[in-house]
Ligand binder design. Sequence first.
Ligand SMILES: O=P(O)(O)OC[C@H]1O[C@H](O[C@H]2O[C@H](CO)[C@@H](O)[C@H](O)[C@H]2O)[C@H](O)[C@@H](O)[C@@H]1O
Length: 372
Amino acid sequence: MPKQSAVVPETIGAVVAAATPLPKPTRVFSFPPPRQPTREGRLTQLELGGGGGAARANAWVDSMRASSPTHARAAAVAAATAADGEHAAWLVKHPSALDKFEQIISASQGKQIVMFLDYDGTLSPIVDDPDAAFMSDAMRAAVKKVAKCFPTAIVSGRCRDKVFNFVKLAELYYAGSHGMDIEGPAKASKHAKKGKRVLFQPASEFLPMINEVYQALLEKAKSVPGAKVENNKFCVSVHFRCVDEKSWKLLAEQVNSVLREYPKLTPTQGRKVLEIRPTIKWDKGKALEFLLESLGFADSVDVLPIYIGDDRTDEDAFKVLRERGQGIGILVSKSPKETNASYSLQEPAEVMELLLSLVKWKQQMLKAHSRG
Ligand SMILES: O=P(O)(O)OC[C@H]1O[C@H](O[C@H]2O[C@H](CO)[C@@H](O)[C@H](O)[C@H]2O)[C@H](O)[C@@H](O)[C@@H]1O
């Protein structure tokens, strides 16, 4: 009986990565001090098929198939017992944040909680049409309450304006385009004047290139029924969700053919999506650090960042928290996945439950404090 295996982010990359150096990142910014980009979920053009053509595009399509819920479900039916065992073992390593609420609360003793929330799959359910990924009013109300208690930021792969139009809460900070477009606080920032919000866009020089690639991908995707191309300002998403699986390879090859002309762009795999972005050392993890610094917590031990996300790109943020040895990463997933997060939640409904529990706890603390 085949064992259902966790989806390892490096699946696509590992085979070719050994032989393929990362493309040289272009330096377009100097904050914070650059580190090596993570390999997780990031594909070089060669891995996508740019240097080897069809064989590597096949490898990528296989990876997307293996990680698609349809196939995960089929495998789960075939190996239900093994999968249950595996899930139980995974939950021991990444327990439910709801079950371990007391543990989370005790980690926050004497510290300022700062909330970081991914959007798609975390605050909103995954749906076929990316333009219809609305969050519920109840979720919005929960996020609003959270933001009254703790500084709160949305960190999304979406274009910042678009994610703002979904969330519609002016009191939050927003990092769009996988953190490449940040509207953050200026209070404690060295980047702008006191009291004002600042914009930080480390990939701004890529704007013309991204627009060009968006147009080219739009044109190419026309030949693949169901394909959708989304302009996320500093990156572009090519959606496979509504494409017949038989045509995934064709779409991957179309993406290849465009990217071959743009060595400064890198594809990353998300949930039935390929995200094309500038090859710079910037990601959701860097955005988290930037926002913490802007809030005045750069080297502080008195802060507890909590990051909740569901996707491979969120791993960059989980990794930063793990490396800092500070903060709590929570992965939203119904199935076992290789992750740097410490805790898990199954779906957006559980995210909402956790947010409301945090609000309730904070309100009780304030009440107790005011009573003396
Ligand atoms: O960082 P996120 O806020 O999670 O954004 C990542 C991508 O999310 C969106 O795509 C995903 O959600 C869609 C709507 O549910 C779904 O149709 C798609 O298959 C998912 O990949 C968004 O459309 C992308 O642009 C984001 O990059």
